[in-house]
Design a protein around this ligand. Structure first.
Ligand SMILES: [Ca+2]
Ligand SMILES: [Ca+2]
Ligand SMILES: [Zn+2]
Length: 613
């Protein structure tokens, strides 16, 4: 991966006045797209709608002008679709499938302009419909929507698929998603590791294993940190939903929850990146990104890469390992005490190393051009390590360190600052407060600030025509994960919310999921294999080289990115609104790559949005 510039400051302003309301819709995905432009499609759909076959059992293609969560809506939750047609629709109906019976009719709300996308959309509220089943919306002049489900828990299948996607990313072993997803497989890959001279030493057995980070085959401790930490948190908070999930991996059927088995695959690699002195090397990758070949055909040697001079290891990687290994130390205890102890010991050793080396930054050595994950401030990572070590051990040293810098952790919680791979201060604060036994004043301050920020996020989403909390500066590389991490933030705050506020925060998190799963300007599900119109061409080497049309399933694409950071985005028309800076093309690594740290908040959301137990 290569998202080192994810938070570039922007000088271009897209105020509502700057975007003409009738801006022509850019072709969302170029010539190979499955998604025609909304304008063209609604016209085509309107023509089809006028044809006599448009009644029950219509064979017309779904219209991208009617935007729904293509996976579905929880029966007990509010339900809304968005409609983008001109002139505005006066009526919509919901039809049960397969018989097509009309079960609800309504009037869409007035048109609203969304400066982020340049769209004018109407909300169609069908919350009154709660009967489980399969449905579609129909709008005179626009056609019909993709099918969706209403069910008590419509996300259970996708929760399994998204969790299982990590198995597909396993490195150093054979992978096979069959028999339920035949063909998605590869023989063992990257079995030969080595040490780059920047790592400062050689060892007998260089690391292998872990998860391929993204569309490439590199493995990066920093990005593994937030990805693995988020997944462990999902298990810790939502064990009721994740604990019993059979995700179809080689370890299924053993005594350990599958999600923990899968996470351990990556934890073992992270632990193996720790040097004898406690420091942790930053990454293990080839020198350059390989071509679009399957994992086992990538013959480049995966090298442990260091900082190029003593102490060779980086502070952010070491602190991330400390945080994640500390979580592991408490969560694996009931299943494998020895592994839990080994994790805790590693976390403690990393902590000690950080005392001597609090701010060793990593930069790519010359001639290494894989993802850098450079981060000049490792203070937040160290705080996270302190909070997790304290939560797992209760020892005063870690608690005192955290409380002494609680102001930094508090400052990291905000209404426009969801966690990201380089900003984990909020995770530190939340873990300290979630433990339930911390310094009362500190815990109370964290809870108060988290609830305040969450209320503002939910209110902002409520005002957005697409019901998302995105701000102007959020349309960056990996914006879908920014959205998903807002969802995570809402769900964490929900743990402390008064009863009267809990449903509002839960529903705002649900709205983020609806956006990712199709209720967006492209009417496209951004999770591979989920929904009737999902992305087809992710920047993902296994998907691009296996000869199978559909990509590997359960992967979240990066999403719209206003910064023109790849050739496909650079070729989009000038003035394209930020929320439309996306293309379902393999070459668009800056909008259509997948990544383990983006899928993690997706899993967190799928596990944590409120559905009946
Ligand atoms: Ca298992
Ligand atoms: Ca940082
Ligand atoms: Zn591999």
């Amino acid at each position: 991966m290569s998202r080192s510039g994810a938070r570039v400051a922007l000088v271009l302003a897209f105020g509502s006045a700057a975007v003409p309301a009738m801006l022509p819709a850019p072709s969302p995905a170029g010539p190979r797209s499955a998604a025609p432009s909304p304008a063209a499609s609604s016209l085509a759909a309107a023509l089809r709608e006028a044809a006599p076959a448009a009644a029950a059992g219509s064979t017309a293609e779904p219209s991208p002008a009617i935007r729904v969560d293509q996976v579905g809506y929880p029966a007990g939750a509010p339900k809304a679709a968005l409609i983008a047609v001109e002139p505005p629709a006066g009526r919509f109906t919901v039809h049960r499938l397969p018989d097509g019976a009309e079960v609800l009719a309504g009037e869409p709300a007035p048109l609203r302009f969304d400066p982020d996308s340049g769209d004018r959309v109407q909300t169609a509220d069908f919350s009154a419909l709660a009967e489980p089943g399969r449905y579609e919306l129909r709008v005179p002049g626009a056609g019909r929507s993709t099918q969706f489900e209403i069910a008590a828990d419509p996300y259970r299948g996708l929760l399994r698929l998204a969790s299982r996607s990590y198995y597909g990313q396993r490195c150093g072993t054979a992978v096979d998603l069959g028999p339920d997803r035949p063909g998605y497989r590869h023989p063992p890959c990257h079995l030969e590791g080595g040490f780059h001279r920047s790592a400062g030493r050689r060892r007998e057995r260089p690391a292998t294993g872990g998860w391929h980070d993204a569309g490439d085959y590199g493995r990066y401790v920093v990005n593994s940190g937030i990805a693995t930490g988020t997944l462990l948190w999902a298990f810790e908070l939502y064990g009721g939903r994740l604990g019993g999930l059979d995700i179809g991996i080689p370890e299924s059927g053993d005594q350990t929850p599958d999600v923990l088995d899968e996470i351990r695959w990556n934890l073992e690699w992270m632990l193996s990146m720790q040097d004898d002195d406690g420091g942790v090397w930053h990454k293990q990758t080839s020198k350059r990104f390989p071509g679009f070949v399957p994992p086992h055909r990538d013959r480049s040697i995966s090298l442990v890469i260091g900082t190029g001079s003593a102490p060779w290891k980086s502070s952010c990687a070491t602190a991330d390992l400390a945080a994640v290994a500390a979580i592991s130390g408490r969560l694996y205890r009931p299943y494998d005490r020895a592994f839990a102890e080994r994790s805790l010991t590693a976390a403690r050793r990393a902590w000690v190393w950080l005392h001597e080396h609090p701010d060793v930054a990593f930069r790519n050595p010359r001639a290494v051009s894989t993802g850098e994950y450079g981060d000049s401030d490792c203070g937040d990572e160290r705080l996270w390590a302190a909070a997790e070590l304290w939560r797992s051990t209760g020892e005063a040293e870690y608690g005192a360190f955290f409380v002494g810098r609680a102001g930094e952790a508090l400052a990291a919680i905000g209404p426009a600052a969801p966690p990201s791979w380089s900003e984990v201060g909020a995770l530190a604060a939340w873990s300290y407060a979630l433990a339930g036994t911390g310094d009362p004043a500190t815990v109370s301050a964290i809870r108060g600030r988290s609830l305040e920020a969450a209320a503002e996020i939910a209110a902002r989403a409520g005002r957005h025509p697409y019901r998302i909390p995105m701000t102007e500066r959020d349309w960056v590389w990996g914006s879908n994960a920014v959205a998903a991490n807002y969802g995570l933030q809402l769900l964490v705050a929900r743990e402390w919310a008064a009863e009267a506020d809990r449903s509002r925060l839960g529903e705002a998190a649900l709205d983020v999921l609806h956006y990712l799963l199709g209720r967006n300007p492209f009417s496209l599900s951004w999770v591979t294999g989920a929904g009737a119109r999902s992305l087809l061409h992710p920047h993902h080497r296994p998907s691009g080289s296996d000869g199978i049309e559909a990509p590997w399933p359960g992967l979240l694409a990066g999403g719209p990115n206003r910064n023109r950071q790849d050739p496909v985005l650079r070729a989009l028309p000038p003035g394209t609104p930020p929320a439309r800076m996306y293309a379902d093309e393999e070459e668009s690594y800056a909008s259509n790559e997948v990544a383990i740290n983006w899928n993690a908040p997706l899993v967190f959301l799928l596990a944590g949005v409120p559905v009946p137990e």
